[in-house]
Design a binder for this molecule. Structure first.
Ligand code: PLP
Length: 367
């Protein structure tokens, strides 16, 4: 049986439509005051799209299923989801343990939360002992697997267990695995968060975020989504439901191509190191995103500029291949002390042979 058949299915289809309709409406109007009152009190019917919208709901239900969670909440961006979750779960005096390197936005937000009396202990995700020692007294363990920029795969099961034993909640940014390459919920993680701008969209046309988990936890986050005005719009949700139809296919192709490129780069004399997370205990398959370390910043810039198929851009997870020298993001680089020669590559859906040639050609100029 296809475990992802539900990504293709959009019941009900009263007219036999192949794609679902969009509820592109800001409000839902009622005939009587009492009906409106009931909707606002019970949330049994949608009444305002900043609070609830059927098209957004369709996206949320698919993500909840994909991540083996009771439910999901969709946001206007991955950062919207991260911000609402942190504000909902933390109070002044609380401490977070962050197992990184984390995506720069999450890192900077956690740093800024110090002004609200919320402190973060930043550790390397592979430092299991250090994390275990830091957890007692902490409110939240914030994880990424693989980590951003270094693509290390931490022992998620053991980290989630350690958080639980210390009485802390665990939250993972699982954007990389997209509900296909791993299931953090099965490893005991409480909340699974995604930038849906990446693989869930897959077409580089949507900015969105989502968090999945038990209803009791999501009910604590939901009011922050409403009051911050951070909810996803219906059109973006519709695009995401469209994107999800091809998610398993796209991930297989991204992973196949990225593996070929990483194998090639690992053998090249101009390459110091390749940071490619290989499938293993946690990852069921390869992803699209990895790092390649060249001699220095000058080499990284020259290499990225010589690439033709790999465009230079932030974000990732779309159809187009991308190269991003970390030197172009000095604040991230300095925060984590990354080497100047590090370049992040996203293998897109283009022909793998053409991408390989592009790398060959760009590396020729360095040797
Ligand atoms: N998490 C990861 C791992 C990311 O790479 C990004 C964006 O690049 C985000 C979160 C933030 O998501 P968004 O850009 O949708 O706010």
């Amino acid at each position: 049986m296809d475990p992802y058949a539900f990504l293709l299915d959009d019941e009900p289809r009263p007219l036999g439509e192949a794609a679902p309709p969009i509820y592109q409406t800001s409000l839902f109007a009622f005939d009587t005051v009492e009906e409106l009152e009931k909707a606002m009190e019970t949330h049994a019917a949608p009444y305002y799209s900043r609070v609830d919208n059927p098209t957004v709901r369709q996206f949320e239900e698919k993500i909840a299923r994909l991540e083996h969670a009771e439910d999901a909440l969709a946001f206007a961006s991955g950062m919207g989801a991260i911000a609402a979750a942190l504000l909902a779960l933390l109070r002044p005096g609380d401490r977070v343990v962050a197992a990184g390197p984390l995506y720069a936005g999450a890192y900077h937000l956690l740093k800024r939360l110090a002004a609200w009396g919320i402190e973060t202990t930043f550790l390397d995700a592979r430092d299991l002992e250090g994390i275990q020692a830091a957890l007692p007294g902490a409110k939240l363990l914030y994880l990424e697997a693989p980590t951003s920029y270094t693509f290390a795969v931490p022992p998620v099961l053991r980290l989630a267990e350690a958080a639980r034993a210390a009485g802390a909640l665990s939250l993972i940014d699982a954007t990389y695995t997209a509900g296909i390459l791993a299931n953090p919920r099965a490893q005991g993680v409480d909340l699974v968060l995604h930038s849906a701008s990446k693989f869930f969209s897959g077409h580089s046309d949507t900015v969105a975020g989502v968090v999945a988990g038990d209803r009791a936890l999501l009910d604590r986050i939901r009011p922050y989504r409403t009051l911050l005005g951070a909810k996803l719009g219906p059109f973006e949700a519709w695009l995401l439901v469209r994107g999800l139809r091809t998610l398993p296919l796209r991930l297989a192709r991204h992973g196949e191509t990225a593996s070929q490129l990483a194998d090639y780069l690992e053998r090249h004399p101009a390459v110091r190191r390749v940071y490619f997370p290989r499938p293993g205990k946690y990852l069921r398959g390869p992803g699209s995103l990895f790092g390649v370390e060249l001699a220095d910043e000058k080499a990284a810039r020259a290499f990225a500029n010589a690439l033709k198929h790999f465009k230079k851009g932030v974000s990732w997870g779309g159809h187009e291949s991308l190269a991003l020298p970390l030197a172009a993001q000095p604040r991230v680089r300095e925060a984590y002390g990354f080497p100047g020669g590090l370049v992040r590559l996203h293998a897109g859906l283009e022909d793998a042979g053409a991408l390989l040639k592009d790398l060959e050609h760009a590396l020729e100029i360095l040797t």
